[in-house]
Design a protein. Structure first.
Length: 315
C-alpha cells in the first residue's frame, strides 16, 4: 500500500497534539475514488472534536485520529462501479471519516461532486460543511420577503454564506460582527452591527428571526429582543437550545448534501455567491491555521494548501 502525509493526533488537546506524519493511503474499493487533495478546509467543529469537548457525540479513534472534513482535489483512481465522476476530474468532497487533511483521500463516490469551471479550488474546499450548515439554517428559518433577520458571527464561514442566502430570499440582514468586517458585509447587502449592545441599534423596528453562529449568550439576547423562540436557530449553543427550547441546526439536517453543494458551487461559478478565503496555510502549518481560526477574527474561511504552492495546479 502506498503512503501519504496526513494530519493525525493521539490524544485530546490543543493544537500541540497535532502532527503531520506518514500514513497508509488505501486504494479505492468498489464504488470509491481516490482523490489527490489540493486544499482542505478547516472548521471550528474540528477543533472542538480534537479538544474532546464533543466526545460523547463524536469520539476520536486513538491512536492516529485524522482531522478535516472539507476538501477539493482531483480524482486519480476509481474503483469498480464508479459512474458519477472520472479519473482526472476536479471534485469537491466531504470526508465522514475526518480524513481530509491529507495528501490523498479515499472516499465513496457519493461524497464528492464535480468542481465547476471557474470556481477557485480553495473555495470549493469550504463549501461542504459551512455551505450545507448555512443552507440548513436558511431552510430552518424560512426567510420571508422584507423581514429583518440577525446573524451572529456574520463574517465567519457559515454566517457570511447564510447572510447571502437570506438576502437572496429577500430578507434584510443585520450582521453581528466586528467593525473591521463592516465593508465586507455591506458588500453582500448586510448591515453590520457591533457585538454586544449593537443589536438593538441595528434593528430599531425589531427582529423577525435570529441565526446564532457564535454562541456566548446570543440565544438569550434574541429572546430579549422579542424574537419568537420558534424563529431562533443556533448551530453552536446546545445548552441554550435545551434551556429555551430553540432549534439546534446541524448540517446533517440537509436531506441531499451533494445536491446542495453542487447548487452552491454553481452560484459561486456564476458570481452570485461570495466565499472569501482569508488565509492559506501549508499542511505542515496546521497548528498555526487552527490558532488563527481560534482568534475568530477576519472575514471568510481558512484553508490548508495541502499541495503547497502547486495546489491550484493539481486541478
Amino acid at each position: 500500500m502506498s503512503t501519504m502525509r496526513a494530519v493525525r493526533f493521539d490524544e485530546y488537546g490543543g493544537t500541540p497534539v497535532l502532527e503531520v506524519r506518514e500514513v497508509p493511503s488505501p486504494p479505492p474499493q468498489p464504488g470509491q475514488v481516490r482523490v489527490k487533495v489540493a486544499y482542505a478546509g478547516i472548521n471550528p467543529g474540528e477543533a472542538v472534536i480534537r479538544e474532546g469537548l464533543m466526545k460523547e457525540y463524536f469520539p476520536a479513534r486513538f491512536p492516529g485520529e485524522g482531522q478535516g472534513s472539507d476538501f477539493s482535489g482531483v480524482v486519480v483512481e476509481a474503483g469498480p462501479g464508479v459512474t458519477g465522476v472520472h479519473v482526472g476530474q476536479g471534485v469537491i468532497g466531504m470526508s465522514d471519516e475526518r480524513s481530509a487533511q491529507a495528501e490523498f483521500v479515499t472516499i465513496d463516490q457519493d461524497r464528492v461532486v464535480p468542481l465547476p469551471d471557474g470556481v477557485d479550488p480553495a473555495v470549493g474546499a469550504c463549501l461542504y460543511v459551512a455551505g450545507t450548515t448555512a443552507w440548513a439554517l436558511a431552510e430552518a428559518i424560512q426567510p420571508r420577503q422584507g423581514e429583518v433577520i440577525a446573524v451572529s458571527a456574520a463574517a465567519g464561514g457559515v454566517g457570511f454564506l447564510l447572510s447571502q442566502l437570506l438576502r437572496r430570499a429577500g430578507a434584510r440582514v443585520v450582521g453581528i460582527a466586528s467593525d473591521a468586517s463592516a465593508q465586507a458585509l455591506e458588500g453582500i447587502g448586510a448591515a453590520q452591527v457591533a457585538y454586544g449592545d449593537g443589536l438593538r441599534a441595528g434593528a430599531p423596528g425589531g427582529l423577525s428571526a435570529f441565526a446564532d453562529c457564535f454562541g456566548g449568550g446570543y440565544v438569550e439576547a434574541a429572546i430579549d429582543c422579542g424574537v419568537p423562540t420558534e424563529r431562533i436557530k443556533t448551530i453552536i449553543d446546545i445548552a441554550a437550545a435545551r434551556r429555551f427550547g430553540v432549534q439546534m441546526v446541524v448540517m446533517a439536517g440537509v436531506a441531499d448534501p451533494g445536491r446542495v453543494v453542487g447548487e452552491l458551487a454553481d452560484l459561486v461559478a456564476a458570481g452570485e455567491l461570495r466565499v472569501p478565503i482569508r488565509a492559506r496555510y501549508p499542511l505542515d502549518e496546521v497548528r498555526a491555521a487552527y490558532e488563527d481560526l481560534a482568534t475568530r477574527h477576519g472575514v471568510g474561511k481558512i484553508v490548508l494548501s495541502v499541495a503547497g504552492e502547486s495546489a491550484d495546479a493539481v486541478l
